[in-house]
Design a protein around this ligand. Structure first.
Ligand code: ZN
Length: 52
């Protein structure tokens, strides 16, 4: 199951288009290094250190 997100409405949907505004939705986690998630790598590092 791939949840997609409308950036404009900040809602999640399974559809390619936002049911609210009709904009094309996007994958909230499109890549390992996303410009939308600049601290992703840092958080993953932190999580690993916590689990140790
Ligand atoms: Zn929308």
């Amino acid at each position: 199951m791939m949840l997609k997100r409308c950036k404009a409405c900040n809602i999640y949907t399974l559809k390619e288009q936002c049911p609210s505004c009709g904009r094309p939705t996007s994958n909230p986690r499109p890549a390992r290094f996303s410009p939308e998630d600049p601290y992703g790598a840092y958080r993953r590092k932190l999580k690993l250190e916590v689990q140790r």
